[in-house]
Design a protein around this ligand. Structure first.
Ligand code: PLP
Length: 400
């Protein structure tokens, strides 16, 4: 496949086996734990599901590398398997990592609760203030870690500065690209060493598997694969088959979600009962300028607060919604809505959440592929119910 091919074409054709297996248009599921010995002289080359090298693993890995314009990729059993294995392959006892302060709760928990047990230290950074990183870096620092669009406040770090900082200090730059997806941002093209994904989200897109990926420089991905082979966080071939199938529609889904989320964010921002909307596509977002410069779209994720801070009122509002399902996770075809304090960021203490600006009343919305108008009408009816309706009564013209 030529590297000039467009992403929609790569999603269908990149990495596919040629010749096709028995002429099958779709790659079959290789549900075989082990394969005939072929004279391999390196343990990691023996063909065995846990060694992450069935055709289902190889094809999805090659496709992921192609769509992010990277050298190599490996899939894992979950986003957290990819994140934890990557960090454990780069960091060893005595090392130190700089990590964005506001990010996915599971990553936060792994870094703060598990890494110290391995003798690995960390410092949180304000990812939008590169100057401040210089004061925190140590001679033991081995990596800097950020999220493209950070969960759940949708912050966008100074990404180009992260790459520059890592290069100048000879440390590894790692980015969790889950929220942006490779359709909106391709970290390798900016110079990131490694990009991580929860494939559970946009890449699979149907909320029916968990999966993860590590994409980037071949030498680093090889080290991560070897660590994954030892730790055993392997994706099952059937899940890899579903991920492969889901990825084929990634561009169509994400482009619709980009458009829909922007319309919903604009609608919410104007609504009289809404206190604040976090979405990088809005001019009011503090990183709107850099997001516009670097991203092909602003993604399907947004978060917001209603004017009522009482969580019982917030939860009642969520219940009034007809279409978004109140559930953790994101990036699927169905819209999902959640209060991060009760799900994705429940592992953080309420003080830690408050420190980084995640209030108990914050609502996170993952835009599905339903008709945008239906979602807006649904928000509109729910925002008129109960005490929220009083805001509309005061200023009727803004509640259409
Ligand atoms: N990274 C981000 C940004 C996430 O939101 C999540 C899960 O919500 C993960 C990683 C972890 O992925 P998984 O649940 O597939 O382990």
């Amino acid at each position: 496949m030529r590297s000039s091919e467009r992403v929609e074409t790569k999603l269908i054709h990149a990495g596919e086996l040629r010749p096709r297996v028995a002429g099958a248009v779709n790659l079959p599921i290789f549900q075989s734990a082990t394969f005939e010995y072929g004279g391999e002289d390196d343990y990691h080359d023996i063909r065995y599901i846990r060694l992450n090298n069935t055709p289902n693993h190889n094809v999805v890995g090659a496709k992921l590398a192609a769509i992010e314009g990277a050298e190599s990729a490996i899939i894992a059993a979950s986003g957290m398997a990819a994140i934890s294995t990557t960090l454990l392959s780069i960091l060893k006892k005595g090392d130190h990592i700089l990590i964005q302060d506001c990010l996915y709760g599971g990553t936060h928990d792994f870094v703060t609760k598990d890494l110290p047990g391995f003798g690995i230290e960390y410092d949180f950074i304000d990812a939008s203030d590169p100057q401040s990183w210089e004061n925190i870096i140590r001679k033991e620092t081995r990596a800097i870690y950020v999220e493209t669009i950070a969960n759940p406040l949708m912050g966008v770090p100074e990404l180009a500065s992260v790459v520059e900082f890592a290069r100048s200090h000879k440390i590894v730059s790692i980015i969790d690209n889950t929220f942006a997806s490779p359709i909106n941002f391709r970290p390798a093209q900016m110079g990131f060493d490694l990009s991580l994904h929860s494939c559970t989200k946009y890449l699979n897109g149907h909320s029916d598997i968990v999966g993860g990926a590590c994409i980037g420089k071949a030498e680093l991905v090889k080290a991560v694969t070897r660590k994954l082979n030892h730790l055993g966080g392997t994706m099952d071939p059937h899940a890899a088959f579903l991920l492969h199938r889901g990825m084929k529609t990634l561009a169509l889904r994400v482009r619709h979600q980009n458009e829909s989320a922007l319309k919903i964010a604009r609608y919410l921002e104007k609504h009289v009962a809404i206190a604040k909307v976090n979405y990088p596509g809005l001019e009011s977002h503090p990183a709107h300028a850099r997001a516009s410069k670097w991203f092909d779209g602003f993604g399907g994720m947004l978060s917001f607060e209603i004017k009522e801070k009482n969580v019982a009122v917030v939860d009642q509002f969520l219940k009034e919604l007809q279409f978004p399902i109140c559930a953790p996770s994101l990036g699927g075809v169905e819209s999902l809505i959640t209060r991060p304090a009760t799900t994705s960021h429940l592992g953080l203490s309420s003080e830690d959440r408050a420190k980084i600006g995640i209030s108990d009343a914050l609502i996170r919305f993952s835009t599905g592929i339903e008709a945008t108008e239906d979602l807006i009408e649904d928000f509109d009816q729910a925002l008129k119910k109960g005490s929220l309706g009083n805001f509309c009564k005061q200023e009727d013209s803004l509640c259409s």
